[in-house]
Design a protein around this ligand. Structure first.
Ligand code: ZN
Length: 221
């Protein structure tokens, strides 16, 4: 083989070896969370029997920040509902103000708010007064017997996910928080909803057409 051909061969090997570099798995932003049919009253599926020990074995526990632990005696939570703020900015304090002034509520309707770096840290989880006090939520209207606000934990990600997608840090925090709550209250994956797919709830795009529900479902238990 002549030197020229050999050098071409070495160059080719050099170029193609670069293609073997490990690419980190990217977030699949597609959604599989189809809204439920609207022509009849729909309740969530029955809960499976709860395992006896509570909470789960320490080895399986999510290492949760102390602020995630409620300070009052805990409600019998049976579902988790994910929302977006439908705004570019916000945090728990700002949404609290919006919900008081615009909706006439006692305060922010969610149990947790996950920031996007605008008014709180990117991926920062803020438990709200509703969570600390284990109060009825004000995040998912229209469900029979108001079951969603009574039994479901409301988590809001700051952002408008009809137009944008959540940040990687927001999604990582959400998955960690959901896993913690699932474990603590024995909530199956089948009872983790986007607002718009909540059984019996109002028709809404929330948490946004571009919210990656498929990714969330594949990153929780
Ligand atoms: Zn919502």
């Amino acid at each position: 083989m002549c030197i020229r051909r050999l050098s071409w061969l070495l160059l080719a090997i050099f170029i193609f070896s670069g293609c073997n570099e490990q690419v980190p798995p990217s977030i699949d932003y597609s959604s599989v969370d189809a809204p439920p049919p609207r022509n009849k009253i729909i309740l969530p599926p029955p809960l499976p029997p709860k395992p006896a020990p509570h909470p789960a074995a320490p080895s399986a526990q999510v290492n949760a920040p102390t602020g995630w632990m409620p300070s009052h005696s805990e409600r019998a939570w049976s579902a988790i509902i994910v929302h977006h703020s439908a705004t570019d900015n916000g945090n728990a304090t700002i949404i609290d103000k919006w919900h008081r002034e615009n909706n006439g509520w006692n305060g922010v309707g969610y149990d947790f708010v996950i920031g996007n770096g605008s008014d709180s840290g990117d991926g920062q989880v803020e438990p709200t007064y509703r969570w600390r006090g284990q109060l009825t939520g004000a995040h998912t209207g229209g469900t029979p017997g108001n079951w969603a606000n009574e039994e479901a934990i409301g988590i809001c990600l700051v952002g408008d996910f009809d137009r944008n997608v959540p940040s990687k840090r927001q999604l990582e925090s959400l998955a960690k928080l959901v896993r913690f709550l699932q474990q603590r209250y024995h909530i199956p994956k089948s009872r983790v909803y986007g607002h718009g797919s909540t059984p019996g709830g109002h028709v809404t795009d929330c948490p946004g057409k571009r919210f990656p529900m498929k990714w969330l479902k594949s990153n929780i238990n």
